[in-house]
Design a protein around this ligand. Structure first.
Ligand SMILES: [Zn+2]
Length: 250
């Protein structure tokens, strides 16, 4: 175990040492390929749920014994599914923050507006889990999105990233994208193909998927996505576990 932790630590710093970002933050373009036999890790992440598609995803993850991370929302549209965050946490997955409203024009109007939205999200989740465990965040659109500047000015993402770290929280993007929530509504086969294409470049993969009511093809694709990463020799972990492993913790 100790050796594995050290190797993962090396891998982590090897992959991200060149990126001008803090070690606990990934950017879409940050990782590069390790050419030797260091352990490969994959974090499956699901954004914008919970929804009607969350339970089927949990069922597959349980059958496959694969942990995942859910960056959740608390919108009017998914109110009735919010209690599922308790189940998600109880089944050993990580629940993390995404946004209450997910409306760019609202949340990116100012840093205050953004934190108001996160406060609303935490309040909505409070009945179902311990808020102390909610320390990871994924910015809607990612940390390098440019749409936010239209509403909150060009420096808003920089400010939000700094403020997240000041709170002692962490943020994370992704480096592999299923493109499962795009307007073209890709089928399961295409989602798997998108992932295979992106993942080929990385020994540590943070995979962006979605569990909204529109992404039933993600559910369809999930068993083959898991199979493929397994065949390629990746270990599945939550975002939190990945960072604990890389820092040498248990
Ligand atoms: Zn989102």
């Amino acid at each position: 175990m100790a050796i594995l932790a050290v190797l993962i630590h090396l891998l982590y710093h090897r992959e991200f040492a060149d990126a001008a970002i803090p070690n606990d933050c990934f950017a879409a373009t940050a990782a590069s390929t390790g050419e030797n036999a260091l352990p490969k890790m994959v974090c499956l992440t699901f954004d914008d749920g919970p929804s009607t598609n969350t339970q089927p995803i949990l069922k597959i993850l349980a059958e496959e014994k694969v942990p995942a991370t859910f960056f959740v929302c608390a919108q009017d549209i998914n109110q009735e599914y919010l209690p599922l965050v308790r189940t998600i946490a109880q089944q050993g997955h990580q629940v993390a923050m995404h946004s209450a409203s997910h409306r760019y024009a609202k949340i990116y109007q100012s840093t205050d507006a953004f934190w108001q939205d996160i406060k609303a999200l935490r309040q909505a989740l409070e009945p179902y889990l311990s808020l102390e465990d909610l320390t990871w965040l994924r910015f809607p659109g990612g940390s390098t999105n440019t749409v936010s500047s239209k509403y909150g000015g060009s420096g808003i993402m920089q400010s939000l990233k700094a403020q997240t770290e000041e709170k002692g929280w962490h943020w994370i993007d992704w480096n592999v994208c299923g493109e499962d929530a795009t307007a073209s509504h890709p089928n399961a086969e295409k989602i798997l193909h998108n992932i295979q294409e992106d993942a080929a470049e990385h020994t540590t993969c943070v995979v962006l998927l979605h569990d909204t009511k529109a992404t039933d093809q993600t559910v369809e694709a999930l068993p083959s996505i898991i199979d493929w990463f397994r065949q390629e020799g990746y270990t599945f972990c939550t975002v939190e576990q990945m960072v604990q492993l890389q820092s040498g913790g248990e």
